[in-house]
Every structure is written in C-alpha cells, then in structure tokens.
Design a protein around this ligand. Structure first.
Ligand code: ADP
Ligand code: ASP
Ligand code: MG
Length: 241
C-alpha cells in the first residue's frame, strides 16, 4: 500500500498541529504502508515572505522570488521529518529538485512536466517516510520554480500519479468540499463525492480549496483525491470521475 498525504499551511500552523499530523503519518508507517507526505509552508509563511521581499524590492525578479518563497515549504518538510524522527519513525525530507520534480521555467506559475529521478522510490524502499516540500520544482536549466499559489495540492496529485499511489489524501482545515465556502456560508452543503468537472467549475467560480491544476492532473491520470479535515481525519469528499 502506497499513500500520498498532503498537509496544508493551516494544518501545520503550530507545533501541536504538526505533531498531530505526524502522529497520523506514524500510524500508517507502522502498519507498513509506504507514505509520501507533501507539506505546505506553515500558517501564513508564504504571505509573510512575499511582504518581506517587497520591502527590499517591490519588483524583485520572478526567479529570485521563487528561490525565496520555496524556502517556506523546505522549512516545513525538514521540521516534519524531524518530528517523525522524534516519534521513532524514520523519515527523510526532500525539496522539489531533490525529489526530481521537473517543471517548465515559468517562474511563479510553473507546470510540472515529470519526475526525473527515482529518489523517492529509493527512500521508500529503505522504509523511510518521504516528506516532500510542496509548491516547488526545478526547471531544465536548474532553477528553482514555484507552481502558483496553492500549488502544493498539485505536487501531491502529481506524485500520486507518477508513483502510482493507491490513495491521495489532501488534509485541510475544512472537512470536505462544499457547494459554497463553508466559512462564509454556514448553510453550505457538503458533498461526499464530486466530479472533476464540477470541482473545476467551483474552483473557476472562486473556491480556492484546491489548486486547479491538481484537479486537471487527477482527471488526466484517472486518480481520485480525498479532501478531508486534518483536525478529525474523518472521511471527507472524494473528487473523482
Ligand atoms: P490549505 O492551507 O489546507 O491548502 P486552503 O486555504 O487552500 O487550505 O483551502 C481551504 C479553505 O478553502 C477552507 O478554509 C475554506 O474556507 C475554503 N473554501 C472555499 N470554497 C470552498 C468550498 N467550496 N468547499 C470547501 N472549502 C472551501
Ligand atoms: N505555500 C504556498 C501558498 O501559500 C503553496 C500552498 O500552500 O499550497 O500558496
Ligand atoms: Mg491550499
């Protein structure tokens, strides 16, 4: 059994949340499941980094912005690997280029083209949990790229597709996909399942719960995504055919 689990920024916002996610991951790993974890930057880190970069240069080059912003996810990934280590679970963190996530060179909105090495598979064979920094990759020219805001979802789906995972779970701060933003509309209705097409329509109408490319990629690879709450882990919404 091979599972990809993605944890968003709010699900890792403080140490208690990070440890709760690590607990869930450790249970799976102890059962012998191969686990690839994709992490976002903690809390509002990406927004804070953008603000800080703007104070030194409001028009910093897109290349440098990507190099800078990618650090948020790298901090999360190594912190998660160390948290797992403290629980006695062997884990290794990889940033985008180490994982082999090849992208085009559109800085700030790069598209994933493929997985160009077998590092993740080798680490899984060594019985490591592999924690991959979301939202980033490397261009053919060797530059760090980022995938656009919310792009860690796409990292998770791409890895699930390339590694032929049995399950791709997106843990977030709501318990599934609703017909409207449940934070703004308390009477919003939750879906137990939603089609790719309907999900893409929700996203294009402003629902930023999933990165659009993650759904397009899942559809292209015929892969189901489960969106669920990191607070409870209760069954969420399946995005599928
Ligand atoms: P993460 O940090 O886990 O990536 P996001 O903030 O990107 O989380 O996405 C989760 C948020 O998406 C929720 O807090 C919710 O307010 C918002 N959201 C907007 N539209 C919807 C919807 N239709 N269904 C569920 N959540 C939605
Ligand atoms: N940290 C990035 C962002 O805030 C990517 C992500 O969270 O998916 O957009
Ligand atoms: Mg998100």
């Amino acid at each position: 059994m091979r599972i990809v689990q993605k944890y968003g920024g709010s699900s890792l916002a403080d140490i208690a949340k990070l440890q709760a996610a690590a607990q869930r991951i450790s249970q799976l790993a102890r059962q012998g499941t191969q686990v690839v974890v994709v992490v976002s930057a903690q809390g509002d880190t990406t927004d804070e980094l953008i603000e800080k970069a703007k104070t030194v240069n409001p028009r910093g080059s897109a290349r440098e912005m990507d190099a800078y912003l990618s650090a948020g996810e790298q901090l999360s990934a190594s912190l998660m690997a160390m948290t797992l280590g403290a629980m006695g679970v062997p884990a290794v963190s990889l940033c985008g280029w180490q994982a082999g996530l090849l992208t085009d060179d559109v800085f700030g909105n790069a598209r994933i083209l493929g997985l160009k090495n077998d590092r993740i598979l080798r680490e899984l064979e060594k019985e490591n949990v592999v924690v991959v920094a979301g939202f980033q990759g490397v261009s053919a020219g060797g530059d760090i790229t980022t995938l656009g805001r919310g792009g860690s979802d796409t990292t998770a789906v791409a890895l699930a597709a390339f590694l032929q995972a049995d399950l791709c779970q997106i843990f977030t701060d709501v318990d599934g996909i609703y017909d409207r933003d449940p934070r703004r509309f308390p009477d919003a209705q939750r879906f137990s399942e939603i089609s790719y097409e309907k999900m893409l329509r929700l996203i294009h109408n402003g629902a930023q719960v999933l990165h659009d490319r993650s759904v397009e990629l899942a559809q292209a690879y015929d892969l189901k995504i489960e969106v669920l709450s990191s607070a409870t882990g209760a069954p969420g919404t399946i995005v599928g055919p």
